[in-house]
Design a protein around this ligand. Structure first.
Ligand code: HPA
Length: 291
């Protein structure tokens, strides 16, 4: 699986796209990258003093055609943090390679984001979790059939063999749990498994994923987290469990159910994101210095 990006000049492509963004955002210096999943893109519209740029205007950005995944980058302030938000993302199932899917996340880090906050909609593998449950991602399992670091490695971006022991920063997970507790928001924690899609899983696959130790299943996130870690940013991941995974209730799954649940918990989810941003600023997690 090759894409236009798995060439040695990936570094130059990332920085070329970042330069186009910089030229549009004045003196704003992004500190936090936000990747907003299904039904959560509205958070980008809450950024203050914002500049929005369509992905189509950014060189190298893959453009999504999936309903509910509008594609634009929004740079603005929220909770005292300068944010660069991806409103919509592309997925492997749309036909893009993982290198390409992860390209925008590289640009967020190149723009200066020291923390990448990734959200997604996911199916719950724990039968006791009802739709609407929020899950902090502790770790992931990559079952995608393509890898975001496949191809030549450019040491200017990061190492050939990145460590993934703390892919989801333990200190930031503690911070998110404290914020959720202070807000009275129930927050589970668990392992996210990435599946290629676009079919939802079969019940047999769901039993396999439960056996592997996963708690939530989805079709995104892992490529972006991998490149953020490759480039040295710290990662927070939060899943909205929009449905019980296939076979748990026996009812068929639908994209409508996914977006309806995401919409229903949107205010809670956005409040949590706000609290996280305030805490990141308040605790100096976005300060300059070595990563
Ligand atoms: N499986 C995979 N991806 C998903 C699901 C699911 O059940 N729900 C939302 N995204």
């Amino acid at each position: 699986m090759s894409s236009s990006h798995d060439r040695p000049d990936l570094y130059d492509r990332v920085h070329a796209a970042a330069a186009v963004v910089r030229a549009r955002i004045g003196g704003r210096a992004p500190q936090v990258g936000l990747i907003l999943g299904s039904g959560l893109g509205g958070f980008a519209d809450r950024l203050e003093d914002a500049v929005a740029i369509d992905y189509a205007e950014l060189p190298g950005f893959p453009v999504s055609r999936v309903h509910g995944h509008a594609g634009r980058l929004v740079v603005g302030r929220r909770g005292g943090a300068m944010c660069v938000a991806m409103k919509g993302r592309v997925h492997l199932y749309e036909g893009h390679g993982a290198v390409e899917v992860a390209f925008p996340a590289r640009v967020l880090v190149a723009l200066g984001a020291r923390v990448l906050l990734v959200t997604n909609a996911a199916g719950g593998l724990r039968p006791e979790w009802s739709p609407g449950t929020l899950m902090l991602i502790r770790d992931h399992i990559d079952l995608l059939r393509d890898h975001a670091l496949r191809g030549p490695n450019d040491e200017r971006l990061g190492p050939r063999f990145p460590d993934m022991t703390t892919a989801y920063a333990p200190g930031l997970r503690a911070l998110v749990k404290e914020v959720a507790a202070a807000q009275g928001v129930a927050l589970e924690e668990g392992v996210y498994v990435a599946m290629p899609g676009p079919t939802y899983e079969t019940p047999a696959e769901v039993r396999m994923l439960q056996g592997l130790g996963a708690d939530a299943t989805g079709m995104s996130t892992v490529p972006e987290v991998v490149v953020a870690r490759h480039m040295g940013a710290r990662v927070i991941g939060v899943s909205c469990i929009t449905n019980k995974a296939a076979g748990i209730t026996g009812e068929p799954l639908s994209h409508d159910e996914v977006t309806e649940t995401a919409t229903r918990v949107r205010a809670t989810f956005e409040g949590l994101l706000d609290g996280i941003l305030v805490a990141l600023v308040g605790r100096g997690e976005l300060a300059e210095g070595p990563r």
